[in-house]
Design a protein around this ligand. Structure first.
Ligand code: MN
Length: 254
């Protein structure tokens, strides 16, 4: 099995080193990741300039080949799969910061896995929270859990895209979850730069409580969260209702 690994924290992140090390037990591994941090890049692709890659300046364990790309996580997966025939699985992460609920829309980590799924491979994104008390996760403690999750998910070929989050402390177990959808306030905070020019920071504060059974709930309860995702965002219920209530052949566009 050929496993392509990427992330959005950049190729020098300890998270991708930990993931690559664990992944070598499951197949042939190659790392292709952004040369700088690309967090919150979502599924953007580089279309206005050429991409290039260089062999990474750091060594990965177990003789894994690693390449740094001047592009986004989605670029890395597209280029990596082009340069390496027969990629079966894309792993993305381990992100330093959880990717729960609405973060799935902004996440470059998720996009790396999603790009794999779009290319017809399978994709698994992995993330873990960080905060001021724990700026770098304890990967020695997390690695056995990453291994357990992969042992579980890698043979499950029907799962094309899975979002995995690992809690900050020793997990209580592993749960299937659904994506939480917490709306946020979208508050923008204005400030001034040293030259006196205005600038703005996008700060988001959730406006709803955590719902049981969701990814965010599982992490708060201390479990590893595994959310199967799909590429098709169609709201089936609304589609059926719209077709019944407002048949499109009777709409007039004037
Ligand atoms: Mn990141």
């Amino acid at each position: 099995m050929r496993i392509l690994i990427t992330n959005d924290d950049g190729i020098y992140s300890p998270g991708i080193a930990a993931l690559a090390e664990v992944a070598t037990a499951f197949g042939e591994v190659r790392v292709v990741a952004p040369n700088v941090e690309m967090s919150s890049a979502a599924h953007s692709i580089t279309a206005s300039r050429p991409l290039e890659y260089k062999r990474a300046r750091i060594k990965f364990g177990n003789g894994v080949d690693a390449y740094a790309v001047n592009g986004t996580p989605a670029d890395c997966v597209a280029l990596g799969a082009h340069q390496w025939d027969g990629v079966d699985l894309v792993l993305s992460g381990v992100n330093l910061g959880s990717n729960l609920g609405n973060a799935i829309w902004h996440s470059g980590t998720l996009a790396g896995a999603k790009q794999g799924a779009l290319l017809g491979c399978r994709g698994i994104a992995l993330s873990t929270p960080v905060d001021d008390d724990r700026p770098e996760p304890d990967f020695a403690q997390l690695k056995p859990w990453i291994e357990e999750v992969l042992e579980f998910l890698v043979p499950a070929k029907e799962l094309k895209l899975v979002n995995v989050n690992l809690p900050a402390h020793e997990p209580r177990g592993v749960l299937w979850t659904r994506q939480s959808v917490r709306h946020y306030d979208g508050r923008v905070v204005a400030g001034k730069d040293p030259m006196g020019r205005s600038h703005w920071w996008f700060t988001v504060v959730p406006v709803e409580h955590v719902e049981e059974g969701t990814d965010r709930w599982a992490i708060e309860q201390g479990y590893v969260s595994m959310t199967p995702l799909r590429l098709d965002l169609t709201d089936e219920e609304q589609l059926a209702e719209a077709q019944a209530r407002r048949p499109a052949d009777r709409l007039s566009f004037v």
